[in-house]
Design a protein around this ligand. Structure first.
Ligand code: FE2
Ligand code: FE2
Length: 209
């Protein structure tokens, strides 16, 4: 049975395509540099949410712990970048997070629901990619990804719980909105992507850019 046939995930519709895994194995430097960027971005998103919802101590407490954990992940990735002799360089972000963010409502109370759903998908895809990469990629990246896999599974549940709570308060039906994000996420993960990044689709032309 193929990975697609056995794939079952509470949020994600589609497993990472084999072509993306092959590109990741072939481009470990880009993978690691973009992964480091993702960890920094995850921390800065959590901090931004602490400012946006400062009156909500449950949310700010969870986001504070999340930001600290993401920065520790960044330090682990940066340590590996240094020990492998990878030359750090600036990489423009891929399309994934920006396109997911475009679906987020501009006004409250729907905006909070959407931001939490969006966070849940980004964390869930990271978790799924670590699990998919670990058996395909050699040490020491394999060990790092295996170690991070469980943390990202916890993170997507934190966001999903916050999404459920925000939806209840806003009297918004959560599941139909989750389905809308799931459809967009599946499209981004399966459609050809001109740029290889941690959350990119299968490589099109110019995959190492
Ligand atoms: Fe992380
Ligand atoms: Fe995370």
């Amino acid at each position: 049975m193929s990975r697609a046939e056995v794939f079952a995930h509470p949020l994600l519709r589609i497993p990472t395509p084999a072509d993306w895994i092959a590109a990741a194995v072939a481009l470990p430097d880009v993978l690691l540099i973009d992964h480091a960027n993702c960890e920094k971005k995850a921390a800065s998103t959590a901090l931004a949410l602490m400012f946006a919802y400062a009156e909500d101590l449950e949310l700010t407490g969870k986001m504070s712990r999340l930001a600290r954990e993401e920065l520790r992940h960044y330090e682990q990735v940066a340590k590996l970048i240094r020990s492998l002799g990878v030359t750090p360089r600036r990489l423009a972000p891929g399309r994934y997070a920006e396109r997911m963010r475009r679906l987020v409502a501009k006004t409250e109370p729907r905006r909070e629901v959407d931001l939490m759903i969006c966070g849940a998908f980004i964390e869930a895809r990271s978790c799924e990619r670590f699990a998919a990469l670990a058996p395909a990629i050699g040490a020491p990246l394999r060990d790092l990804f295996q170690g991070l896999h469980h943390a990202e599974a916890r993170h997507y549940k934190v966001y999903l719980d916050l999404a459920g709570r925000a939806a209840k308060r806003a009297r918004v039906a959560l599941q139909p909105r989750v389905e809308e994000f799931a459809a967009l996420e599946a499209e981004l993960i399966t459609s050809s992507d001109p740029v290889f990044r941690f959350h990119s689709g299968p490589p099109g032309q110019c995959s190492g850019c």
